[in-house]
Design a protein around this ligand. Structure first.
Ligand SMILES: [Zn+2]
Length: 279
């Protein structure tokens, strides 16, 4: 089972596929600043029920407070004197409105596929914030967007005209599915050579997890950042099971699996201080 993008635990999850757009800019300072955006693959992410519920509830509570205050201020604005002389019913009414809004937000957040796609996207982008690479996540799914307008206003701000092209060439035609399928088959077909030994299963699991984490953050992790925690957790697990030697083995296999430029070095640094590891 895949792991939750937020807490890393294996629990029942919601799945969301994304097309990945990488954005890069050249120029600036006097010259014309030119931004290019191009399609660079697809990713699948999952979030567990607990994490989604927490996030949705937090949003719903804010919505409740906001609507309560807005409703009360609105009534003061509209019926100023009446509210001043007879405040209580207005307060009660405002709170009731707030509660209704909060419950609606909660229900919509858990059951609307579109809202859920947006939340999962938030989880993923929060997690990748620290990476240098400017990656834009475009949620895709069966009948997620009814029109081009709905797609273009769904929360992703494209700098270039790529949005319209994406819609007409990939979203509307369903070709996005091929991109997702291709990306998934790439990760499934990955084989890593793990030496025989008592820790083979653990090594396999840990290296796969490291590769997965780094695939999501191809720019590497900042040491000690929250995003690096799952990477450190893997290191600790290895250290507990087999000490420095097992960590060294896992690092070697990770490096040999060509994770990407500089990532083996990044792993060394992120693991600094775990057991006998000095990066
Ligand atoms: Zn979770």
């Amino acid at each position: 089972m895949a792991k939750c993008v937020n807490c890393g635990k294996e629990r029942p999850q919601y799945v969301q596929d994304f097309l990945i757009i990488s954005r890069s800019s050249t120029g600036g300072f006097g010259g014309m600043r030119e931004t290019t955006e191009r399609l660079s693959g697809a990713e699948r992410h999952v979030v567990c029920k607990t994490c989604l519920l927490k996030k949705v509830t937090k949003n719903a509570l804010w919505m409740m407070v906001f609507i309560t205050v807005a409703a009360f201020l609105g009534s003061v604005f509209m019926w100023g004197d009446d509210v001043y002389h007879n405040t209580e019913p207005f307060i009660v009414l405002s709170i009731l409105l707030g509660i209704v809004a909060g419950i609606s937000a909660e229900v919509a957040g858990m059951f609307s596929r579109k809202r859920r796609a947006k939340q999962i996207r938030n989880f993923v982008t929060e997690r990748n914030e620290k990476s240098d690479i400017d990656k834009i996540y475009v949620s895709v799914g069966e009948k997620l967007y009814r029109t081009e307008q709905a797609f273009l206003t769904s929360g992703v701000d494209f700098t270039t005209g790529i949005g319209s092209r994406l819609y007409s060439e990939l979203i509307k035609t369903g070709v996005w599915k091929d991109y997702v399928a291709a990306a998934l088959s790439q990760t499934d077909g990955e084989t890593i050579a793990i030496p025989e030994g008592e820790h083979k299963a653990l090594l396999t699991e840990c290296v796969q997890e490291l590769l997965r984490l780094y695939r999501q953050t191809p720019g590497g992790f900042l040491t000690d950042s929250a995003a690096a925690m799952p990477v450190r957790t893997v290191g600790k697990k290895l250290d507990e099971a087999g000490g420095f030697e097992l960590m060294r083995q896992a690092h070697g296999i990770f490096a040999a699996s060509s994770p990407g430029m500089g990532l083996a070095r990044n792993l060394e640094m992120v693991w600094d201080g775990i057991g006998g590891w000095r990066g």
